[in-house]
Design a binder for this molecule. Structure first.
Ligand code: HEC
Ligand code: HEC
Length: 215
């Protein structure tokens, strides 16, 4: 990383790196630029993208660059967030403030380099009975999100393991009510359909707790 910063500084000095466009030929430079951009996000998502439950901001480490970029573009266009999405609306302005599309790409590729946080739920946080219900409900989810909640890039399904269960439950309710997965968001629409198998709030909370407890 230090080396990438050095390269970025040299390119800037040479006057070749004044745009926001991603330089795919030099991924390290994009990562270094993304790291610098991420400073504005740390207050909510944590220094290492581990997420801060107190800020309602989910962990970002462990998600693919493709997924992060898509969500940021959805927040920018207003397909995600907006006035009906109490917590998501905070992200609309943040995502827009990132500047050109190159900045979105840079921050996404930087975040994808961060190690997955190893902070699964402690045993006493998770009720065994609720977990058992969650595990049985999760069987339908595993086809896309993976048996260990690791995500599936080809299916565009993000990792769920180790994410704050309150965040996961909120997203599931957003998909169930249609606040997330609106027209023009094909991946979200797919998940909106998948969320309909969850009959009630108890099912949502149980499956969220199970997914969060995976590693
Ligand atoms: C004011 C606090 C705040 C700041 C600053 C902030 N975020 Fe967020 N972010 C949130 C919250 C809250 C959510 C969850 C919204 C929800 O519950 O739907 C979120 C969600 C996200 C998501 C969706 C994650 C997922 O799993 O789908 C991404 C990606 C994201 N933020 C990236 C960023 C980036 C990159 C920045 C910096 C440019 C940033 N955020 C700055 C509060 C913040
Ligand atoms: C057909 C494949 C498929 C199935 C089955 C499926 N999902 Fe998803 N899920 C997706 C995709 C694709 C996304 C990404 C949506 C997006 O890009 O906004 C997603 C997103 C999510 C998110 C949002 C994560 C975040 O970081 O914001 C949660 C939570 C989730 N799924 C949970 C579940 C649960 C729980 C089940 C089982 C009840 C399930 N999914 C079943 C494909 C699926």
């Amino acid at each position: 990383m230090r080396c990438a910063f050095f390269t970025a500084a040299l390119l800037t000095l040479a006057g070749c790196n004044n745009s926001n466009e991603p330089v795919d030929a030099d991924a390290d430079t994009a990562i270094a630029r993304g790291e610098a951009r991420y400073v504005t996000c740390q207050g909510c998502h944590g220094n290492d993208g581990e997420g801060l439950a107190g800020m309602n901001a989910p962990r970002l480490a462990g998600l693919s660059a493709d997924y992060i970029e898509r969500q940021l573009m959805n927040y920018r266009s207003g397909i995600r967030g907006g006035p009906d999405d109490f917590y998501g609306v905070a992200m609309n302005g943040r995502a827009k403030a990132l500047g050109g599309d190159g900045a979105v790409h840079d921050v996404a590729v930087y975040l994808a380099t961060l190690p997955e946080p190893s902070a699964p739920l402690s045993a006493d946080e998770a009720d065994a009975q609720v977990l058992a219900l969650g595990a049985s409900l999760y069987e339908t989810c595993a086809a896309c999100h993976g048996a260990a909640g690791e995500g599936n890039e080809a299916l565009k399904a993000p990792a769920l393991a180790g994410t704050d269960p309150a965040y996961l439950a909120r997203q599931l309710n957003n998909f169930r009510s249609g606040v997330r997965g609106r027209e023009g968001d094909p991946e979200g629409e797919q998940m909106r359909a998948a969320a309909q198998v969850l009959p009630d709030e108890a099912a949502v909370e149980a499956v969220a707790l199970h997914a969060a407890s995976l590693r």
